[in-house]
Design a protein around this ligand. Structure first.
Ligand SMILES: NC(=O)c1ccc[n+]([C@@H]2O[C@H](COP(=O)([O-])OP(=O)(O)OC[C@H]3O[C@@H](n4cnc5c(N)ncnc54)[C@H](OP(=O)(O)O)[C@@H]3O)[C@@H](O)[C@H]2O)c1
Length: 261
C-alpha cells in the first residue's frame, strides 16, 4: 500500500480495516474512501449493522466498501473473513488493526492504579482484543499480503506500551497488552523481511484521540494534544502509504517519530 506520487492514480489497492465501527477505525475507512489508488475496502466489526456511521458509508459506497462481521477474539470469525477476502480479491495491500479495549464496566475493567486492582477476567479480555487479535489477523491474512506488490500490515498500538518510556506506572493490563503487541509486530516484521520483502509491518501510536476509548481520561489533556479521529486517520494513512520496506518493524507515532520500545 503506497501512494502513487508522480504516476497517474489507478485504483487497484485492496485494504482491510479491523475494528471499524467507530473512533479511529471508522475515520480510517472514511479517509480510505477518498484515496484514488484504493479500489476496495473491507471494514470489519463485531456487529457492522449496529454502527450507523459505518452502515451509512456502506450505503453511499456500495461498490467500494464491504462490511464484514468479525469479533477479533474469535478465530473462526477471523478465518471466515480471510476466506471471504480471498474468494473476492485473493490479495490485500493494506490491513490495519484498530480494535482496542481500555475500559469496560461490564468486565470491571478500568486502568489500574495499584497492583491489587488486577483481575484475571479483565486481563484475559484485554489481551484477547489488543494482542491476540492482531496476532490472529496476521496468522490468517498473511498469505493475502505476501505478494510482489507493496503492502502494509499495521496495528494501532499506544505509546504507553513502550517499556523505556514508562515513567508513570499504572495501567498494567493495557500497557502490557500493547507491549506484547509491539513485540509481536517486531517479530512478525523480521519473519516477513525474509519471506515477503514488499510487506511493511508497523506498530502505530495515534496520539490521544477524542474517542470513546479515551473519553474518561481526557480531563488533563491539553486541547492541542487531543486529536480528532479524522486528523489521526489522515496522519496514520500518510505514514502507511509512504512507508518503505526499510520502515518495517518500526513503532511510529502519528507525527512519524520513532517511539522507543
Ligand atoms: N483514543 C486514543 O486516545 C488512543 C490512544 C492510543 C492508542 N489507541 C488505540 O487506538 C485503537 C482504536 O481505538 P479508538 O480510540 O478508536 O477506540 P474506540 O472508539 O473505543 O473503538 C474501539 C473499537 O474496538 C472495537 N472492538 C472492541 N472489542 C472488539 C472485539 N472483540 N472484536 C472486534 N472489535 C472490537 C470496537 O468495536 P465494537 O463496535 O464491536 O465495540 C470499536 O470499533 C485501539 O487499539 C486503541 O488502543 C487509542
Amino acid at each position: 500500500m503506497t501512494s502513487s506520487a508522480g504516476t497517474p492514480a489507478s485504483a487497484h489497492q485492496i485494504v482491510l480495516v479491523q475494528g471499524a465501527s467507530r473512533g479511529i477505525g471508522l475515520a480510517l475507512v472514511a479517509r480510505l474512501l477518498q484515496v484514488k489508488t484504493v479500489a476496495h475496502i473491507y471494514a470489519t466489526s463485531r456487529q457492522p449493522e449496529r454502527s450507523e456511521a459505518l452502515a451509512a458509508l456502506a450505503d453511499q459506497h456500495p461498490d467500494t466498501l464491504t462490511c464484514l462481521p468479525l469479533d477479533v477474539t474469535r478465530e473462526d470469525d477471523v478465518a471466515r473473513a480471510a476466506n471471504e477476502v480471498r474468494s473476492q480479491h485473493n490479495t490485500l495491500h493494506g490491513l490495519i488493526n484498530c480494535a482496542g479495549l481500555l475500559h469496560e464496566p461490564s468486565l470491571r475493567l478500568r486502568p489500574e492504579k495499584r497492583v491489587e486492582q488486577l483481575n484475571s477476567a479483565a486481563l484475559e479480555a484485554v489481551f484477547r482484543v489488543n494482542t491476540f487479535g492482531p496476532m490472529l489477523m496476521a496468522r490468517h491474512f498473511a498469505p493475502l499480503l505476501m505478494h510482489d506488490q507493496a503492502a502494509v500490515f499495521a496495528s494501532v498500538s499506544a505509546r504507553v506500551g513502550s517499556i523505556s518510556d514508562n515513567h508513570l506506572g499504572g495501567w498494567y493490563t493495557y500497557r502490557a497488552s500493547k507491549a506484547a503487541l509491539n513485540q509481536f509486530t517486531r517479530t512478525f516484521a523480521i519473519e516477513m523481511r525474509r519471506r515477503a520483502p514488499h510487506l511493511v509491518v508497523l506498530a502505530l501510536h495515534p496520539g490521544t484521540t477524542n474517542t470513546q476509548l479515551s473519553r474518561p481520561f481526557q480531563k488533563n489533556v491539553p486541547e492541542e494534544k487531543l486529536f480528532e479521529p479524522d486528523f489521526v486517520a489522515e496522519r496514520l494513512l500518510r505514514h502507511m502509504m509512504t512507508a518503505t520496506p526499510q520502515d518495517s518493524g518500526r513503532f511510529m507515532a502519528w507525527d512519524g517519530q520513532d517511539i522507543p520500545w
